[in-house]
Structure formats: structure tokens, C-alpha cells
Design a binder for this molecule. Structure first.
Ligand SMILES: Nc1nc2c(c(=O)[nH]1)N[C@H]1C(S)=C(S)[C@@H](COP(=O)(O)OP(=O)(O)OC[C@H]3O[C@@H](n4cnc5c(=O)[nH]c(N)nc54)[C@H](O)[C@@H]3O)O[C@H]1N2
Ligand SMILES: Nc1nc2c(c(=O)[nH]1)N[C@H]1C(S)=C(S)[C@@H](COP(=O)(O)OP(=O)(O)OC[C@H]3O[C@@H](n4cnc5c(=O)[nH]c(N)nc54)[C@H](O)[C@@H]3O)O[C@H]1N2
Ligand SMILES: [Mo]
Length: 763
């Protein structure tokens, strides 16, 4: 091998244009943008056919986000959003990455391209192999690929030297088989994208409410008095959520938004399903916007809790729901007493918000009964992110705002089946209760030692404790923190394998040998020997439903994810107790096995065929908190941020543009933030810029500071923006190189990619 390939996207600038920030989200421009993307990737006629089937009861599940579909009414035109259309266009693209493409482009050459260019090269058409010492991937047959994997896995000293990552698009059927194979092979090394995503939510909610999932259903938004949206940008990342928030408003409910940025979608939006409204001024969604500093949320929530406590003391019984607290919860006194350890004067500067505004929010919480709190990555990717979420639960519990119509927790999931994958056992620390059932059903003994999560996996590969990396979907090098460190970790491996639809940077940052195994996408038909198959997925609110592709597969050499897992299992496991071929010839048989092992899936095959699917059981939804350590819902004591910035230091959050899906870059615009044709930007407070001697569009380098370590990222354009002082924002994955591998959340071990301490150097 001649040279190492680039782990980071190129530093080259692409020609920025700044535009006015639009005053509302969605509306006509969103429809136009959807049509443009779909026409250029797949053609207009086929594209419209695709959108028609998206999220319909007999159609396929949108590979965009995990926001649920309405139980009853589905939109006549189509149940999709601009970014869902882009996700579908990306998968159904006409472009193909053929063996000839690989023969004429070396991995080093490809790695010099931007992520946008890599993605646009298209769908992979057949299995490809990079032999040791070679620069170009070559064709390989499925059989040879499976045998090679089997040989490499069996030559390890211990099964724990292999790592099996999952991204959250994998169907329930594929995920179930995958974890079964990995455990029969002998390890629990099953890290997944959740480790970088909602792991902190799962940890906080399991401890306090006895279930790692949210408690609300979509219908609850029709009944809520108050919805708090904190640390989330639904206008871009969950656009169909705006419709639900619109319903809350139509029914007289109020909305509080808590975010360092005034994100366009949350402030005002135009319903895409209602063309008559596109012309008007749109609907104001947010009633109260609290522009919190990055990681100032626990401080803000503590002030609210202190004010609630004070009012309750002044007016006993008027604020707290004492019946609920007495009957259903534990630990209230400790929580309330702990609040006395903090003063409002000390907390307020961490929030950056006027005290009067916090009082207004407290009033809204006090005066309303049915409260939903929604959150996403703005809360989960900090050192104290578990504290963030437990503090939200404290507020809900004081009000008894859970387990009733219009109230509860709503962690808004990312990947369309990330929640289902966890339900299926994709977890490095699945509980014994799950493993015992697996052992019983399949007559083997699964390992009990916990496996590596994402951060631990990277460290294990770095110090050569792990030697094979396997990716079921996803783009590990670009999604993970500390890009150069992670690249070295992957390069240490004997073998890296990716099951993928499209080419991405992880195929180019590889072990000594590497394989790409191309699979069917959601939108494609899946034929097995028993006939046409469907798969199932679980959305953010625990509804399991089917997904059924409508397009002909991109190439006749693609296999479905379940078939790929079966192929690897057969080539690897000597005396498996599982009939892998039979199970994957007819996915009903996989579902029977899921039903036999996982609670809540009774009559799975029958209920999976009900249009719209079925709800999984949810203890928090029915106010049963038995699964917690106390058998009750637990109040908790939480810590505000302990980060102290030195002079000339800033907090940086890494966020998504309107034109990307995680590491898949659809385009170079961030329309809702007024930035066109450039991704290497840093949003800064105007006064901070002045103090740093910076003018609009000055070129800067960024240095992150963690303990005594420094990391650098070059070439970003400074943009003055409406963001609190000492706070900055950049896009992921360009800024991941700055996120230190050891900077993680307590308990959940999630990379703290929303609180990176940086300094800024003018070039
Ligand atoms: N189109 C599209 N859809 C997606 C994705 C995508 O990339 N593109 N990704 C999917 C995935 S996997 C996920 S997890 C979700 C992600 O969905 P989001 O969590 O909405 O995504 P981010 O861009 O990370 O946005 C985080 C938001 O939190 C705010 N924030 C950052 N730090 C703080 C803080 O300290 N406090 C508060 N209160 N707010 C803060 C930011 O300003 C931003 O508005 O979206 C899913 N849907
Ligand atoms: N700095 C920073 N880093 C972050 C985040 C952040 O906010 N800031 N967010 C984190 C979050 S929330 C997440 S979820 C992770 C995302 O991490 P990942 O899930 O690993 O990344 P994606 O970009 O979603 O993966 C895209 C790739 O998946 C493959 N793919 C797409 N569809 C399919 C399919 O149907 N089957 C298979 N087998 N493959 C498919 C394609 O090859 C595509 O290139 O990133 C995390 N990283
Ligand atoms: Mo995510």
C-alpha cells in the first residue's frame, strides 16, 4: 500500500453564499427542493411513484427519521417531508459504483473526494474485496467473501477480538439474526449508533422510569397543554414533527423552545400537506423561546425546579401533584433538599437567559397539567447528558405529567429503526433476562460478559485488543469522534467489513484486508425462495409496523441483510443450533423466533400484517414503574456543567445542516440558516467575533482543548450568527476530528460532541 488514505474530508472551500434566513420552514420551497433532489437522482416519474409509497400503510418505511406515522389519517398527497424525499432519492439513485469504477479509482484517490462527492458516486452493485497491500478493490463472489470472513473470525484468539457495529436502519429481522450470530460466535461486542445518539436518554429513563424509551404516542400531541422542545431541531431533522406541534397549537396548547439557536422550523412553519397555507404567513409554533447557552440546560432546569419548590412552599398543594408523588414516586425529599445546594445567582450565568424569561417558563409549567417534553442530540451529547434528561423527568414527576393523555417523555429518535434494533438485542450489555431467553430458544449458551460500546471499541482496536471490525450499515469513521485516532484504530485491524448500500469514507479507511458487501435498500423488493418478503421496524413511539419495498433491486448481485448475516453465520459457525438458510428463506420464521424470545411480540406475524402495525407494551405509559430499582418512578439529583472556559476559549457544538443525513451529504446548503454552498463554517456570536478581531467570512483554524491534549481542524469561515456568547457551532462530520475520544458522557459513555472546548486562530 503506497500511502494512507484521508480520514477527513478535504479542507477545500467550495464557494460560500450567505442568504437571508427564511422566516418560516417547509412550505413551497421544501416541496420544490424535494422534487429537485428526486428528479436529479432517480428521474421525475419513478420519483413521484416512490414518494407515493413512502410511509403509507402498504408502502415502505422512510429511511429518514424515526418520527411515527399517524395511526389513522395519512396525508392524501403523500406522508413525507423534504428530507425524507432526499433520503429516498439518495438510496434510489440511478448512479452505480461498479467493479470498473473501483478498478479505475484507488482508495487513496477516492478518499481525497469530499463526502458529498463520495456519496454521489452511487450504489454499490456487487461484493468487493481489497486484498492486503493493494490499492484497488476487486470483485469477489459472495461465497468467497463469506469464507474469507469465516476464516478470519475463526483465526482470532478470542471472539472478543471482533467488533460488530450496527447503524439504525437495519430491520428487526436482520438485527435479530445479527445479534444471534454474534452471540453464537461468542461475544457481546455489539456497539451501535445509539451509543453516540440516545444512549444517555436510555440510561436516564431506565433509571428513573424503568423503560429506556419515551412514553408518549403521536395522539398525545393533540391533547397536550404544553410541549417543551429542548435540544432539538425538528424543522430539519424531524420535519413531520412540526405537523404534530401544529396540532398542539390548533388545540390551544403552548410550546416552549429551549435552544442556543433560533431554529427556523420551530419558530414558524407552513404545513406541506396544506397548499392553501403556503402563501400565507405560516403558523407561529413557539410561544416562549429560551436561548440557552450550550450545556446550560441543567442550570436552567434547576432554576425552574427551585422556583416551583418556592411556589409550592408559599402555596402548599397548588403546584405539585401530591397524590401522584405519594403513590408512584420515590426520592422527592432528597431531590428537593439538594436544590438548596444551588443558588439562582450562581446558576443564572450558566444559562445566559434573563431571569424573567425563566419565570415565564415556570409559570407555563405550573399552570398546565398535561406536559410533553421532547428532546434530541442537544441534550444527549454532553458530559452531563444523563443529568440533563433526569432533570427533565424531575419536572414531569412533580407535575404527575406522565402516563396520561397529553403528557410524558418524548426522546425523538434518529435513525428509522434505531429503537427496534435495541429491542432486538443489539446492545453490548443486554440483560441476562434477554440472554436467558435466547439461550433457551436456540439451545446454546450466550456470553454474559458485557461487550464494547462505540468508544470502547475504538480504544480496543487502537491498542490491538480487537482485530476485526464489522459494520452492519453506517459510516463508522465519519460518525465517530476523534477522526485521526479512530482511523488509526481501523487501520490496525486485520479485516474490516461493511454491509452497505452506498459508498462512504469507511470503505476507504480500512484494515489490512477489507470487504464491502452490498445490500438491498428499504425501497427495493426482497424476493426469497418462499416468495416476496417484507421487514418490520419500530418507530420512536414504539409502534412496530411493516416496510415493503416497491422498486426492482439496483443490481441482481445484491443480497438482503438477513441473507448476508446467514451467509456469514454458515461460513463461520461450526455447530450452530440455528437453521440459517431456512430462517432467511421466509422471514415469517424469523418473526416466530422473535416472538418466542422477546416480550410484546405475541402473534407477531399476524399483527405485523395489520395496516399501521401495533404498539409494544410500555410500562411508563401506564404509570407502572415496577422495573426500576425502587419499584417507583425515581426523582434524582443532578449536576450542572462543570466546564470552565479560559480566556479566548469557546464551547462548540457539532450539528447537522438541512442538507445532510448524518454522514451522507445530500447537498452543500443549510438553507434554514442562510448558508449556501459551504460546509466549513463556524457560527459565532458577533461580539465574540469582534473581540477575536474577526470579520464576517474570515478564515480560521480551530483547536480543541481537552486535559492537556490539543487537536486541530483547518479552514473554517467565521459567520456572525444569533448564538449566545462563548458558544459556537460547526457541522459534523467535518469537526469530528476535534472531539476527544475520552470526552464522553458520564454513565452513557456517549461522545460529548455538543460540548467541545475550542480556541479560534485567524489565518
Ligand atoms: N434530515 C435529517 N434528518 C435526521 C438526521 C439528519 O442528519 N438529517 N439525523 C437523524 C439522527 S440519527 C438523529 S439522532 C436526529 C438528530 O436530530 P437533532 O438532535 O435535532 O440534530 P442536531 O443537528 O444534532 O441538533 C441538535 C439541536 O440541539 C441544539 N443544541 C446543541 N447543544 C445544545 C445544548 O447544550 N442545549 C440545548 N438546549 N440545545 C442544544 C442545536 O442548536 C440543534 O438545534 O435526527 C435524525 N433525522
Ligand atoms: N460530531 C458529531 N458526531 C456524531 C453526531 C453529532 O451530532 N455530532 N451524531 C451521532 C449520531 S446521533 C448518530 S446516529 C451517528 C450516525 O452514525 P451511522 O449510523 O454510522 O452513520 P450514517 O451516516 O447514518 O450511515 C450512513 C451509511 O449507511 C449505509 N446505509 C444506508 N442505508 C442502508 C441500509 O439500508 N442498509 C445498510 N446495511 N446500510 C445502509 C450507507 O452506506 C451510508 O453511507 O453519528 C453520530 N456522530
Ligand atoms: Mo442519531
Amino acid at each position: 500500500m503506497s500511502e494512507k488514505s484521508n480520514a477527513q474530508p478535504p479542507e477545500k472551500l467550495t464557494g460560500i453564499q450567505l442568504k437571508e434566513i427564511p422566516d418560516s420552514a417547509v412550505g413551497f420551497k421544501a416541496i420544490k427542493s424535494s422534487i429537485n433532489h428526486i428528479t436529479s437522482e432517480v428521474g421525475l416519474i419513478k420519483g413521484i411513484g416512490l414518494l407515493k409509497n413512502l410511509n403509507q400503510k402498504d408502502g415502505f418505511d422512510c429511511p429518514g427519521c424515526a418520527w411515527p406515522d399517524p395511526d389513522a389519517k395519512r396525508a392524501f398527497l403523500a406522508e413525507y417531508c423534504e428530507n425524507g424525499a432526499k433520503a429516498v432519492a439518495e438510496e434510489a439513485t440511478k448512479n452505480k459504483v461498479s467493479p470498473l469504477f473501483f478498478a479505475t479509482h484507488s482508495v487513496q484517490e477516492l478518499a481525497k473526494l469530499s463526502d458529498y462527492e463520495i456519496g454521489k458516486s452511487g450504489r454499490i452493485t456487487q461484493p468487493m474485496y481489497l486484498p492486503e497491500g493493494k490499492d484497488n478493490y476487486e470483485e469477489i463472489s459472495w461465497e468467497d467473501a463469506f469464507n474469507l470472513i469465516g476464516e478470519e473470525l475463526n483465526s482470532l484468539d478470542s471472539p472478543d477480538e471482533a467488533i460488530f457495529y450496527t447503524s439504525g436502519r437495519t430491520s428487526n429481522e436482520a438485527a435479530f439474526l445479527y445479534q444471534l450470530f454474534v452471540r453464537q460466535f461468542g461475544t457481546n461486542n455489539l456497539p451501535d449508533c445509539s451509543n453516540m445518539c440516545h444512549e444517555s436518554s436510555g440510561a436516564a429513563l431506565s433509571e428513573t422510569l424503568g423503560i429506556g424509551k419515551g412514553s408518549v404516542t403521536l395522539d398525545d400531541f393533540n391533547h397536550a397543554d404544553l410541549v417543551i422542545v429542548i435540544g432539538q431541531n425538528p424543522g430539519t431533522n424531524h420535519p413531520r414533527m412540526l405537523t404534530a406541534l401544529g396540532e398542539t397549537k390548533n388545540n390551544g396548547g403552548k410550546i416552549i423552545t429551549i435552544n442556543p439557536l433560533p431554529e427556523v422550523g420551530l419558530l414558524n412553519y407552513k404545513d406541506p400537506q396544506n397548499p392553501l397555507k403556503w402563501i400565507g404567513s405560516g403558523q407561529d409554533l413557539t410561544d416562549l423561546f429560551l436561548q440557552v447557552k450550550i450545556n446550560g440546560d441543567v442550570a436552567l432546569l434547576k432554576i425552574i425546579l427551585k422556583l416551583m419548590k418556592q411556589k409550592e412552599i408559599e402555596n402548599p398543594g397548588a403546584i405539585f401533584n401530591h397524590d401522584f408523588i405519594k403513590e408512584k414516586t420515590a426520592g422527592i425529599d432528597e431531590m428537593l433538599n439538594d436544590l438548596d445546594n444551588y443558588s439562582i445567582e450562581e446558576l443564572l450565568p450558566q444559562t445566559g437567559i434573563e431571569f424573567e424569561e425563566i419565570e415565564k417558563a415556570t409559570e407555563l409549567i405550573i399552570n398546565n397539567e398535561k406536559i410533553i417534553i421532547c428532546w434530541a442530540m442537544g441534550l444527549t451529547q454532553h458530559k452531563n447528558s444523563v443529568d440533563n434528561i433526569r432533570e427533565l423527568v424531575n419536572i414531569l414527576l412533580l407535575k404527575g405529567s406522565i402516563g396520561k393523555k397529553g403528557a410524558g417523555t418524548c426522546p425523538v429518535r434518529g435513525h428509522s429503526n434505531v429503537q427496534g434494533d435495541r429491542t432486538m438485542g443489539i446492545w453490548e450489555k443486554s440483560p441476562d433476562s434477554f440472554l436467558d431467553k435466547l439461550d433457551n430458544e436456540f439451545n446454546f449458551k450466550s456470553p454474559r460478559k458485557h461487550g464494547f460500546d462505540v468508544v470502547n471499541s475504538i480504544e480496543a482496536m487502537h491498542n490491538e485488543k480487537a482485530k476485526i471490525f464489522f459494520g452492519m450499515g453506517g459510516n463508522f469513521i465519519s460518525a465517530t469522534p476523534d477522526t485521526e485516532f479512530t482511523a488509526d484504530a481501523l487501520r490496525n485491524c486485520n479485516l474490516t467489513v461493511h454491509i452497505s448500500t452506498k459508498l462512504n469514507r469507511s470503505h476507504l479507511i480500512h484494515g489490512k484486508k477489507a470487504l464491502i458487501l452490498p445490500c438491498l435498500g428499504r425501497s427495493e423488493k426482497d424476493f426469497q425462495s418462499s416468495g416476496e418478503q417484507f421487514v418490520t421496524v419500530e418507530n420512536s413511539m414504539g409502534v412496530v409496523h411493516q416496510s415493503h419495498g416497491h422498486l426492482a433491486p439496483h443490481s441482481n448481485k445484491l443480497l438482503s441483510e438477513p441473507k448476508i448475516v446467514a451467509g456469514i453465520a454458515i461460513a463461520t459457525l461450526k455447530n450452530s443450533t440455528v437453521n440459517w438458510t431456512k430462517l432467511t428463506d421466509n422471514y415469517d420464521l424469523i418473526r416466530n423466533k422473535i416472538e418466542a424470545t422477546i416480550p410484546g411480540f405475541e402473534n407477531y406475524n399476524k399483527r405485523a400484517r395489520i395496516k399501521g402495525g401495533f404498539y409494544l407494551p410500555n410500562n411508563a405509559r401506564i404509570n407502572n414503574f415496577e422495573p426500576t430499582s425502587t419499584g417507583k418512578a425515581n426523582f434524582s439529583k443532578n449536576l450542572p456543567s462543570d466546564i470552565i472556559l479560559k480566556k479566548n476559549q469557546f464551547l462548540m457544538m457539532t450539528i447537522r445542516t438541512h442538507d445532510q443525513y448524518n454522514t451522507t451529504i445530500y447537498g452543500l446548503n443549510d438553507r434554514y440558516r442562510g448558508v449556501l454552498n459551504e460546509r466549513r463554517v463556524i457560527f459565532m456570536n458577533e461580539e465574540d467575533m469582534k473581540q477575536q478581531g474577526l470579520k464576517k467570512l474570515d478564515l480560521v483554524n480551530l483547536t480543541s482543548h481537552f486535559n492537556d491534549e490539543k487537536r486541530e481542524a483547518k479552514s473554517f469561515l467565521a459567520i456572525p450568527y444569533n448564538i449566545p456568547k462563548q458558544c459556537t457551532a460547526t457541522y459534523f462530520p467535518e469537526a469530528n476530528v476535534l472531539v476527544p475520544i475520552k470526552s464522553v458522557a458520564k454513565i452513557s459513555n456517549t461522545p460529548a460532541s455538543k460540548t467541545v472546548v475550542i480556541s479560534i486562530q485567524k489565518r
